[in-house]
Design a protein around this ligand. Structure first.
Ligand SMILES: C[S@@+](CC[C@H](N)C(=O)[O-])C[C@H]1O[C@@H](n2cnc3c(N)ncnc32)[C@H](O)[C@@H]1O
Length: 196
């Protein structure tokens, strides 16, 4: 079985187990950005089982650094990266996304934020300085399954609070002068920000 076939198995297993992975549309957007803007170095916050990192590494000449805090996800990602023979292209780091000191100091061309939704602004502020001028930050799940764009109504207090945080982040991002941001309703809602 080749790495692409193994990747499809990883995807199917993740979907069966309700592990959140990037949508096909989201992956297409990342692939488009990587090809169009000559992206070579990618930083991903939130690896889960490694699906997105592996998919990008198979499809493009990129190096991906990806951070995962959950032990079980980390172990699964590690096994999947080995299974797809992508160890030389993917650096997997275990830890909370505060592990800045473990990252090498070279700038990244693209930062993909796909971890705890309540902390997006914190992640953006922490990691976007590592992105080069002209580089890109992509944030996923900004519609949060329709709850954050008003197509579904959040009922529980926790969900309402999370939706408020996501919407506050979107407002904050849209007014950040150092970034040129577009919001897409593709996939589960994405932002694409270019560093000025
Ligand atoms: C949506 S999943 C990532 C999916 C992955 N990007 C993909 O498309 O294949 C989010 C992951 O972020 C991880 N996560 C949440 N908060 C984190 C944090 N503060 N630091 C590192 N990982 C975190 C979760 O454990 C979860 O596995």
């Amino acid at each position: 079985m080749n790495p692409s076939e193994r990747l499809q198995q990883i995807k199917q297993k993740a979907l069966q187990e309700a592990i959140p992975i990037i949508s096909d549309e989201g992956l297409e957007i990342l692939s488009f950005l990587i090809s169009k803007h000559q992206v070579h170095r990618v930083l991903e916050i939130g690896t889960a089982v490694g699906y997105c990192a592996i998919a990008l590494s198979i499809a493009h000449p990129v190096e991906v650094t990806t951070i995962e805090r959950n032990e079980s996800m980390f172990q699964q990602a590690k096994a999947h990266i080995a299974l797809c023979m992508m160890e030389s292209k993917i650096t997997l780091i275990q830890g909370d996304a505060q592990v800045l000191e473990l990252l090498d100091p070279l700038p990244f061309d693209l930062l993909f934020i796909d971890a705890a939704k309540a902390q997006y602004q914190k992640f953006f502020e922490k990691f976007s300085p590592l992105v080069k001028v002209g580089g890109i930050v992509v944030c996923d799940n900004l519609s949060f399954h329709g709850f954050a764009d008003g197509t579904q109504v959040a009922l529980s207090r926790d969900l309402k609070q999370l939706v408020r945080k996501i919407n506050r982040f979107k407002t904050w991002l849209s007014t950040e002068d150092a970034w040129e941001t577009s919001f897409l309703s593709l996939g589960d809602g994405m932002s694409i920000s270019f560093k000025k």
